[in-house]
Write a protein that binds this ligand. Structure first.
Ligand SMILES: *Cc1c(COP(=O)(O)O)cnc(C)c1O
Length: 428
């Protein structure tokens, strides 16, 4: 399958050329030139990996990676994404946090790593995967590329603005992974990374992007939405906790492919850009505000361009997708009451989704059907927020516990593009 740009300003190119990396040459984002026709309607496998292969194979048909796709899928989908019922037995959480770093980003990062392993086999010199992270992306990327030959990973995170366990995790890999704690905000980290990619002096380092607009991270995320919908045995409505819209666009595309997904509702935190748009206002990106659901602190979600490409008429987009804003107060209360009401402890992002579910269920008894909330991270990753609210310790999943047992080290760095350039050249 070929890809094109959301802005229509580039000739079609093969998927393999667009899996890794950021924007299209015309400044848009890469999107499928055509969706494989209804490919997700029938082929449901017994395991998530079987379904992933069924969903992804048509995208890779005739691509130079098509022969190795089964191996890539096996590497990325080696942990489950179970649909777990809530206490009411009508609704579910789709647990996406059973990977090595306990957040859904493990799926995309592992698939991207599988792509890079095939596209750039060792021998072409050392590649540097450079990522700015507000917490979860960096860990997932580090875990996915840890000890991969020919690749080193450099992570930038805002010092003091990620949870203590996230910080420990980012610094715990060592080997080919370096964590840089930047004296600034996430926006500073992102600006520094952007400047590095544009810097001709750094070209010999073969800087490689792993951010969430890479198709190699987005496409695998279609698989668990489709697999969940098939597994539910009926039409499944989805609530997706949303920041940069990567997970949400994946859900929308899975529905476009024919997976039995009904309504899609985005749960956002106090960053109001999407809520305003879906209430009928203009799209207006802005700086992010800090909330309890820090991985969703995005004021100008870059994947909005893919969403509005998918449904180019805003009226249609507002019919096919809805959004609800969730305040920190409602996130806290949902975590606090989660065990009593639903039998579960939620992370702050998942809690935003569960609050939206409660509103939908509460406001109209007539709204039937089955709903699933994407559970985007394990609550143990955000123990500083979650444990005081639930009043007891949250058990740490084994993979995360293993990382937290390792020593952790991060190097300090000024929030300045020239400091990053110097660091990269000194450590080339
Ligand atoms: C990244 C992340 C989100 C937001 O996902 P997007 O694809 O950026 O919308 C939500 N929850 C958690 C835990 C995350 O790490």
């Amino acid at each position: 399958m070929n890809v094109t740009s959301t802005r229509g300003g580039v000739a079609e190119l093969p998927l393999a050329d667009a899996l890794v990396g950021a924007t299209a040459p015309d400044g848009g984002l890469f999107v499928p030139a055509t969706f494989p026709p209804e490919n997700a309607r029938n082929p449901r496998g017994p395991t998530l990996a079987d379904s992933a292969l069924a969903v992804l194979a048509p995208f890779f048909a005739e691509d130079r990676l098509s022969d190795v796709l089964p191996a890539m899928v096996a590497e990325a989908f080696n942990f489950p994404a179970p649909l777990v019922p809530l206490r009411n037995r009508h609704d579910f959480v789709l647990e996406l946090f059973h990977g090595p770093t306990a957040a859904f980003k493990d799926f995309g990062a592992r698939f991207l790593a599988a792509c890079i392993r095939r596209l750039h086999p060792h021998g072409g010199g050392l590649r540097t995967v450079l990522v700015a992270t507000s917490g979860d992306t960096g860990g997932a990327v580090a875990a996915a590329f840890h000890r991969m030959s020919g690749v080193r990973v450099v992570l930038l995170y805002p010092d003091g603005r990620v949870s203590p366990r996230q910080a420990h995790q980012l610094g715990a890999f060592a080997d080919n992974v370096t964590a840089l704690r930047v004296a600034g905000s996430f926006d500073d980290c992102q600006a520094m990374v952007k400047a590095a990619f544009a810097d001709p002096e750094l070209a010999p380092l073969q800087l490689t992007s792993a951010n969430s607009i890479s198709l190699g991270r987005l496409l695998p995320q279609l698989a668990y939405h489709a697999h969940a919908a098939w597994s539910s045995g009926e039409m499944l409505n989805l609530i997706v906790p949303t920041g940069n819209l990567g997970n949400a666009v994946a859900a929308v595309w899975a529905r476009e492919l024919g997976a039995p997904i009904g309504d899609i509702v985005l749960a956002t935190n106090a960053n109001r850009t999407l809520a305003e748009f879906f209430e009928g206002g203009a799209y207006r990106g802005r700086p992010s505000v800090t909330t309890l659901a820090n991985a969703m602190d995005v004021g100008d979600p870059s994947n909005f361009e893919r969403l509005s490409w998918t449904y180019s008429d805003p009226a249609v987009l507002r019919r096919r997708v809805r959004a609800r804003l969730v305040s920190d107060e409602h996130i806290s209360r949902t975590i606090q009451q989660g065990e009593r009401r639903h039998g579960q402890v939620f992370c702050p992002h998942t809690a935003a989704g569960v609050w939206v579910l409660e509103q939908i269920r509460g406001s109209s008894g007539a709204r039937t059907g089955t709903w699933a909330v994407a559970a985007t991270a394990h609550p143990a990753k955000f123990e500083g927020i979650v444990e005081p609210l639930v009043g007891h310790p949250v058990e740490v999943p084994p993979a995360l516990a293993a990382l937290l047992d390792r020593p952790s080290h991060a190097e300090p760095l000024a929030a300045d593009a020239s400091a990053l350039r110097r660091w990269l050249l000194d450590h080339a």
